[in-house]
Design a protein. Sequence first.
Length: 103
Amino acid sequence: MFAIVDIAGQQFKVEEKMKYNVPRLEAELNSTILFDFVRVLSDESLISIGNPIVESAKVEAKVIEHLKDDKVIVFKKTRRKSYQKFNTHRQQLTKIEITKIIK
């Protein structure tokens, strides 16, 4: 069983008891979050496609930790103009575990 869910403006294909890194959520550690924007819900033989969401379908998740992604290097350079700019960035993430997919 899987579902495609909108989490913080991005779509994720989620399954029960799997862990995912999603964009930072404003939630406490070990708290339970309920996502109700389910786009697609699939059982073994039945697939429900929402228009735009599947009614009465929800995904329940538990917040495990808040963390940062790997460092991304941003380097800009213009040839023959002696212009160089170096910057780095680390995206804020939340690790969640999907506990239940409710039909």
